[in-house]
Design a binder for this molecule. Structure first.
Ligand SMILES: Cc1cc2nc3c(=O)[nH]c(=O)nc-3n(C[C@H](O)[C@H](O)[C@H](O)COP(=O)(O)OP(=O)(O)OC[C@H]3O[C@@H](n4cnc5c(N)ncnc54)[C@H](O)[C@@H]3O)c2cc1C
Length: 476
């Protein structure tokens, strides 16, 4: 596999590869049109960062408008051997869309057509540059639901969601993105077009390449079309919010729902540090005795939702919950969720760098995970606050420090490393939804053993023999 780190040279402060050569730029311009290739430093710079906010500007940004153009671009990259990094909305949390080894970024912004929504067969076909929100809206107009709901849904693209296998709050009931992908069209590193899966929920012909592409982080091919599963839009939703005197009590109540046949769509927990932060910054009037806050949402028919929400309210009251509120309208429900939405802006008041991890453990281990993480924070004198998807054990661990304080940043990095080891020890893993990118690549071996890692590298080699697709990610 080509190592791009070995062929870099610095040019105007940027890494250069064959992609910078005038004849290559001309070929790219001929492939997608002159105006759809950016090379000026100020124009390419925004494509060198994502939500991690570290900058690795590409040599060029190329915007194909269809599969044929994508094929030509990849053939040029494969012939001249330079890195190619696909980019969706550019709101990833692990630097996946960032060209750390130089080369070009392929923006999918122009491939933003919803090709078909089929209400009879319950699928949608769309290009990768459609935002999650646009697809959800288009489906909702005819009473259908595209269930994956990353909080970044207004900015993230379907291609990015699939490549990261994004999750969201509705995961306990609806699963993650891969559970809603029926088929894909993908352009490989050599410029071949492959088709995986199809339009049916059932399909067991050959290896599950659709599943393989989900979470492949732009390292195996570039998704140019996706066939996605749709569902009937639930008629109603309702949320119950409650305070608890311990994280353990808040998490234990989640196990009381199943015996009553209840499957909430969302079960979110917020720790005492987050509660204190939102109170300090937004004054919601939450109890000072709250060691944890729980939000539980149900969906379905109006009658079912009303009765499920009531039962959840009762079970929470019977199991140590207090200050319990149940929404009876959309407006009331939105208000209950304001606390959750206020967490990130509130935490940012405690430092200029918020390292947001997304470890996941079996959900019964969440209280132990949170208690141990608090201890890690204390040991390294680092502020930490936890919240997240208690229903599926995926917790957002936030270490907050000042970006300019090198010692504090180093301590926070030690906290991250120890947190990853802890998650694995508790039977979980280092990422539930944000993926690996370059940010978590050094920690892959915590979660994946050597023989399994070799299989993954072998798969990469089959799809991308010259190593041009998103180098510097996942395996370092
Ligand atoms: C405020 C905020 C909230 C968030 N909330 C959530 C959340 O609730 N759940 C969650 O899972 N994540 C969340 N994220 C993380 C992020 O938004 C998701 O990972 C999202 O799926 C990224 O989509 P994107 O279009 O921005 O992808 P990008 O960041 O542009 O790219 C992500 C990866 O996908 C690859 N890629 C992009 N397009 C293609 C393509 N067409 N073919 C092949 N590979 C491609 C890129 O190379 C890269 O490796 C959040 C991020 C932010 C900033």
């Amino acid at each position: 596999m080509t190592s791009f780190s070995s062929i870099h040279f610095e040019s105007s402060g940027r890494k250069s590869t064959a992609a910078s050569r005038p004849e290559v730029i001309e070929k790219l311009q001929a492939a997608v049109g002159f105006d759809n290739v950016l090379v000026e430093p100020d124009k390419v710079e925004p494509y060198g960062a994502d939500a991690v906010k570290e900058k690795f500007p590409p040599e060029a940004v190329v915007f194909p408008s269809n599969t044929a153009e994508m094929v030509t671009v990849l053939k040029i990259a494969n012939e001249h051997v330079f890195p190619v990094t696909a980019r969706g909305g550019g709101v990833g949390y692990t630097g996946g869309a960032v060209p750390v080894d130089g080369g070009i970024v392929i923006g999918t912004d122009r491939m933003n057509r919803i090709i078909e929504i089929n209400a009879d067969d319950l699928y949608a076909i769309c290009e990768p540059g459609v935002t999650t929100y646009a697809l959800q809206q288009a489906a909702a107009e005819i009473g259908l639901l595209f269930a994956p709901d990353p909080a970044s849904y207004k900015d993230s693209f379907i291609g990015g969601n699939i490549a990261e296998n994004a999750g969201g709050m509705r995961t306990p009931k609806y699963g993650v993105t891969k559970h809603h992908v029926l088929g894909l069209e993908v352009v490989t590193a050599t410029g071949d077009v492959i088709r995986t899966g199809g339009k049916t929920v059932k399909n067991v012909v050959g290896f599950d390449l659709t599943g393989l592409m989900c979470g492949s982080e732009g390292m195996l091919g570039i998704i140019t079309e996706a066939t996605l599963k749709l569902m009937p839009m639930p008629e109603a939703t309702s949320t119950v919010r409650a305070s608890f005197r311990s994280m353990k009590a808040a998490c234990e109540v989640l196990t009381k729902f199943t015996p009553h046949g209840l499957l909430p769509m969302a079960m979110e927990v917020i720790d005492k540090f987050c509660v204190a932060a939102v109170e300090e910054n937004f004054a919601f009037g939450l109890s000072k005795d709250a060691e944890a806050l729980l939000l539980v949402a149900v969906d379905g028919s109006s009658e079912q939702v009303a009765s499920d929400a009531k039962m959840i309210e009762q079970l929470i009251a019977d199991n140590g919950g207090f200050e319990i509120l149940r929404s009876r309208s959309k407006e009331e429900e939105d208000k209950l969720w304001d606390v959750r939405r206020a967490i990130s802006p509130s935490l940012m008041k405690y430092g200029t760098l918020k390292i947001n991890e997304d470890v996941v453990v079996p959900r019964s281990k969440v209280p132990e995970l949170v208690a141990e993480i608090e201890e890690i924070g204390r040991r390294h004198d680092t502020f930490v606050a936890n919240f997240g998807h208690a229903g599926d054990g995926n917790i957002h661990v936030n270490f907050v420090v000042d970006r300019d304080d090198a010692d504090a940043v180093a301590r926070a990095r030690r906290c991250v490393s120890e947190t990853f080891r802890l998650a694995v020890q508790l039977g979980g893993t280092i990422s539930g939804e944000h993926g690996i990118g370059y940010v978590k690549a050094p920690y892959m071996s915590y979660a994946i053993d050597a023989p399994t890692l070799e299989i993954m590298k072998g798969i990469k080699q089959v799809f991308d023999p010259k190593g041009i697709l998103n180098p510097g990610k996942m395996f370092v």
